[in-house]
Structure formats: structure tokens, C-alpha cells
Design a protein around this ligand. Sequence first.
Ligand code: SF4
Ligand code: SF4
Length: 275
Amino acid sequence: MAFDFQQGVLEKLRDDTLEQLRPEDGFSFSCRDECMGRCCCNITILLEPWDIEIMSRHLDMPGQRFFTEYCHLELNRAAGWPVVWLLHADQGHCAFMQPDGKCAIYLARSGNCRTFPLGRAVRYVREDGETRRDERVFMVERMQFCQGRRSGRNWTVREWLEDADVFTWYRMSDQYTELADYAMRELSSRDWMNDNVMRMIIPFLYAPDILRKRLGAAVEKVDHLEFHRRRMEAVRAIITDLAAGYGYGPRAGAGVTGTDGSFMERVGKILAHGK
Ligand code: SF4
Ligand code: SF4
């Protein structure tokens, strides 16, 4: 269900039928008491690594524990990439919804939660050997019960996104979605990514605290944003190498180093030194 929604949006983006809002476009919206929290029930909230990092830090909880308690992980075989969503939200009400319908982790809510009713879709297009990012901000299809557009406050798209403080999420999301796109498009991950590979990359994507501990990489030495970038780079190196073992990607035929000492040393260097 999770991926279907995203696929639908990406298909519209590909077909050029997805509405494109400009920063100066206006709309009116305010959350209202009569439907407070209804948007947080029976809904698929896709989570990216930065979402989980922010939520778990906010709750002062190791990423791994947050992942076990609040997330559902699935290898989407059609895409060849692991997808993660908030466990409880798709089975009832979100674990973070309070009895009054408000969000208990409002400041740390996910990128998707914070921009609703606006959504953002990104795809990567190869043209003349270059990769171009096609990005659109759009109005999420109206949910019948949502009263937010009834005589709400007037906003421009820019004002709404600034108010949601979402631009760091967008930067981190771009690092992640570019990695996922690389895996699917250049490494043909749907042909070889299996549960074992997925389990190997999950700590790099979702458990930065474990990696920091292993490497002695304190936050004072490598800040959270830079460490996120390095983790995405590390996963890129790992899956490039693994894909080569299956005969895919830029290193296909060059021989695979697998998980031997020199390879793990290289991954460690990326995390510890950035390259
Ligand atoms: S994280 Fe907060 S805003 Fe998002 S679904 Fe849960 S309760 Fe709602
Ligand atoms: S107005 Fe819409 S987004 Fe806001 S609380 Fe109600 S249902 Fe949720």
C-alpha cells in the first residue's frame, strides 16, 4: 500500500500530469479541532533515514530501538529497495497521536507529516549522460474528513514550507532518494537485492548511533548532516560492490571485493573521513 501511493505520484510525475505548484501560489489551510488527528489514523507514513534519525533523537532513543518499536520494514521486490513506514499509523492511530488528536512529537514529525496538505515528488531523469532532478510540490488529494481548507488562513506555498521548517528534510531526502534511484536504475537492484542485502544496509540507513559507536565518531567531530551524507555514500559503495557480484552496475566484471577486510576498511573510511 505504501509504495503504491508513491508509485502513483511518480507515475503522474513521469506522465507530466502531476500538478505543479509554484512557491508564490496561494491556498488556504488551518488545522481544525473538529477533525484533529483524523489524518493520523489508518494512513501510510513513509519514513526516510532522516525522519527516523530526528524522531529517535527527539525521543532520546537509539535509532535501532525506534526502528524495532515504531517501524515496519519491507523489501519492495518490484522496486528492489527497502521501504519503511510508521508501524502503528497504518493499523489504527499513529503511536504519537495524543488523545486530543495532536502530535506528541510535533517538532520531530516526519517530512511527509510536516508539509501536509502539500506533498513533494522527486524523480531523476538521465539526459545526455547527465542526471537531472525533476521535482514537484503538489497539493495532496483531499481527504473527505479533512476540514483544513474550510475558511483557513491564507498561505503561499513558500510560506507554508518555511513554516514547516522542511528544507533540511528536503536536502537529506534528496541524498536518500538519489541513492535509491541509483540502486534501482543503475544497479538494477530489483534483479538481485534480497533480504540478506537489505539487512546489511539497514544499519547504515537507519542506525547512525551504532555506527558512531563503532567508529568513535562523536557528534562533535562529525555533525548529523555530514554523517547522513557519509552514510548514504557508504551504502552506495556497499551496493555497488554487491551488484558487481551479480553482474550489474559500473563495477560489473571488475571483480567483487564483497565484505572482505579491504572493502570494509573502505566503507569505514567513508564514514570516518567522508571519502
Ligand atoms: S507523527 Fe505526528 S503528525 Fe505524523 S502521523 Fe503521527 S501523530 Fe500524526
Ligand atoms: S485539518 Fe486536516 S490535516 Fe488538520 S488535523 Fe484536521 S484532518 Fe488533520
